[in-house]
Design a protein around this ligand. Sequence first.
Ligand SMILES: NC(=O)c1ccc[n+]([C@@H]2O[C@H](COP(=O)([O-])OP(=O)(O)OC[C@H]3O[C@@H](n4cnc5c(N)ncnc54)[C@H](O)[C@@H]3O)[C@@H](O)[C@H]2O)c1
Length: 286
Amino acid sequence: MKDFIGKVAVITGAGNGFGVELAKECATRGMKIVIADIDKNDLYRTESMLIEMGADVVAVATDVSIYEEVELLAKITIDTFGSVDLLFNNAGVVAAGPVWELPVNDWDWIMGVNVNGLVYGLRAFIPIMLKQGTPCHIVNTSSVAGLLTTPSMVAYHTTKHAAVALTEATNYSLQAINANIKMSVFCPGFVQTDLHNCDRHRPERFKIDPNNPYYESKTYKEGLARGQHVITTGIPIDSIAQSVFIAIEDEKFYILTHPQYHPVIGKRVKDMLEGVNPSAEFFTKA
Ligand SMILES: NC(=O)c1ccc[n+]([C@@H]2O[C@H](COP(=O)([O-])OP(=O)(O)OC[C@H]3O[C@@H](n4cnc5c(N)ncnc54)[C@H](O)[C@@H]3O)[C@@H](O)[C@H]2O)c1
């Protein structure tokens, strides 16, 4: 996609962080915008900002971990603007802790948002895009955590590796039918957003159970503290949306923003091919 003026973008997770920046970039490029988020206050704040920028915008409160809500998002998009050209499957959350301690509730939550949320976006929007037949693009937000692994974020890595696999495999399927849809997978390192506060965006059914001692545990509290540290010391968010749009223009599949991780990704692949066991030596402080 190279022409954006008058085209329609849908952005999930548009209440904070990357979603807001992507929405601003869509507005700057003259797109019509559908923004979605589970947090209504944050969503409507983004909506007001986009209206002030002069954008044609619709805000749809959506929990991406519920298929019917994503399907409704697609319906509202078509009812309002008549088409969809660009989808940012971006909403995401994080949960830290080892697999044997992290409550099943948290697994269900993070898999529901970071994996099912992407699947539901593809399931709801791809048939519409195919029927349209016009040049379309889908960006799935994964993370550099989808290209490497560290010891402390098992659930997050699991979902982000799934996001990369889902995007690669779907892209092959689309190529096989010569589809009008290009795809990218966005794999940033740490960037200053609100991600470390994502417990406040838990859907009702995944709320923290105050009777579960895990949420008073050292593991949980250390996970929160580590999350806060890495996100607040990440790179500034300013230039991120522009990089994503340049990648869309260039039809670039992998969008990476932190070259310092390239040797780690390379080592992981090399180790696999050479039969070397994985080692956490890089990540003793991760
Ligand atoms: N910030 C980073 O360092 C970083 C790095 C790599 C990848 N990511 C990924 O980027 C994406 C965006 O995260 P961010 O850093 O902007 O975080 P953020 O918390 O600032 O924004 C995420 C938004 O997603 C929304 N959201 C959460 N659960 C939702 C749900 N069930 N349905 C709809 N919306 C929901 C939140 O309300 C929030 O507004 C996520 O997928 C995240 O994993 C972030």
